[in-house]
Design a protein around this ligand. Structure first.
Ligand code: BYC
Length: 324
């Protein structure tokens, strides 16, 4: 809402809102010290904290495969990728803290089930090929969604996304390479790759969120230039990107309606099962309970690390005081 259309704004609030609107209109960045409407702040806290939660919950399906990766090289690569995801969580939690919410509050919202995280991590990853599909399709969808977020109007979010996107593109390539190795392997390996792609394709398309007509937040987030493209536009971009990659791999994307549309200059694709998406959001996906239980246990088991870090920081601060 602009200053002119805000019925309740006092004169000073109206001028702050006008200054904010002008920054957005000029594609300038909003920084933590700038005034911002409360609804803008809340939207950012919601999206950025959900994004941070997705990164750390997203460590689980792959973390679970580190000990079972088929070679030392695959283990080392997977371990590095999972560590990157922890790092992404940290950048995003830090960026969200600039909006006046603490990390403890955000984690509490995750652990009590109040905050969402990406639907995709409520699917199980039972085969090694799933490490390929997660990298290729899940990280691929993440990149398609996140590259425009590098230009998000909130400075700390956009800057965090630049580094995250660089790492995600490495993640996507390593997933593609796992699938390529399997597709160049035995018939059993090819079947394993295809079976995995069959399971991850539709959930990856759902990562972009509900169709535009059912997306309550998109319009305002796009007006504030947090989101630069709609959910459906990004989903279409992703489908257009992966079809030639699937052809190169030799896997079939499990959608009988998938075909090139000459008039639109895009691939048409079939309707997704949105009932499944909403069921996963409500908590009845394959792995919702498992993911949250593991996250809570990891938090409890990490209590001694947080205590030690606090004690160290206090000691460092008191010796600095003594020295000055
Ligand atoms: N899963 O109005 P809408 C990663 C919710 S991490 C769950 O369109 P918005 C990776 C949505 O929150 C990937 N919930 O919302 C990590 C909203 O509910 P609330 C994470 C979803 O925010 C490790 C409601 O549905 N990426 O890739 O305008 C390893 C209505 O939706 C989902 C990000 O978080 C979903 N898929 O648009 C490997 C990117 N979709 O909050 C990989 C940043 C929608 O009103 N986030 N909902 O209760 C975004 O770009 C946007 O938040 C979304 C949704 C496009 C996801």
């Amino acid at each position: 809402m602009s200053a002119a259309t805000s019925p309740t704004a006092s004169p000073s609030e109206a001028s702050k809102l006008a200054a904010f609107d002008a920054l957005i209109a000029e594609n300038q960045r909003i920084e933590p010290s700038d005034w911002m409407p409360e609804a803008y702040r809340k939207t950012l806290v919601r999206q950025m904290s959900q994004h941070a939660h997705s990164e750390i919950i997203g460590m689980q399906p792959e973390g679970n495969w580190i000990t079972r990766a088929p070679s030392l090289k695959r283990k080392a690569i997977l371990m590095a990728k999972v560590q990157d995801e922890a790092g992404h969580g940290l950048y995003l939690y830090s960026a969200t803290e600039t909006l006046g919410i603490t990390r403890d509050e955000m984690l509490d919202q995750l652990h009590t089930g109040k905050a969402k995280y990406s639907s995709i991590f409520n699917y199980l990853a039972p085969s090694w090929a799933d490490m390929g599909s997660i990298g290729w399709l899940v990280d691929g969808a993440a990149i398609a969604n996140q590259v425009p977020l590098c230009r998000a109007s909130y400075g700390p979010y956009g800057r965090a996304m630049v580094r995250i996107c660089k790492e995600e593109s490495f993640h996507q390539r390593q997933g593609f390479e796992i699938l390529l190795a399997l597709m160049n392997g035995t018939e059993a390996q090819q079947r394993m790759a295809q079976e995995s792609v069959d399971r991850w394709y539709a959930p990856a398309l759902m990562m972009f969120g509900p169709p535009d007509a059912e997306s309550p937040n998109s319009q305002q987030s796009m007006a504030w230039k947090i989101k630069r493209f709609s959910n459906d536009d990004l989903r279409q971009r992703f489908v257009d990107m992966i079809v030639p990659q699937a052809e190169f791999l030799g896997v079939t994307l499990p959608d009988p309606d998938l075909r090139w549309n000459e008039d639109r200059g895009h691939y048409d694709f079939g309707e997704l099962d949105w009932d499944e998406f909403y069921a996963v959001l409500r908590g009845s996906g394959q792995a919702n309970a498992l993911r949250l239980a593991k996250r809570r246990a990891a938090h409890d088991e990490g209590a001694w690390v947080r205590e030690a870090a606090r004690a160290y920081a206090e000691r460092a601060a008191s010796s600095e005081r003594l020295a000055s």
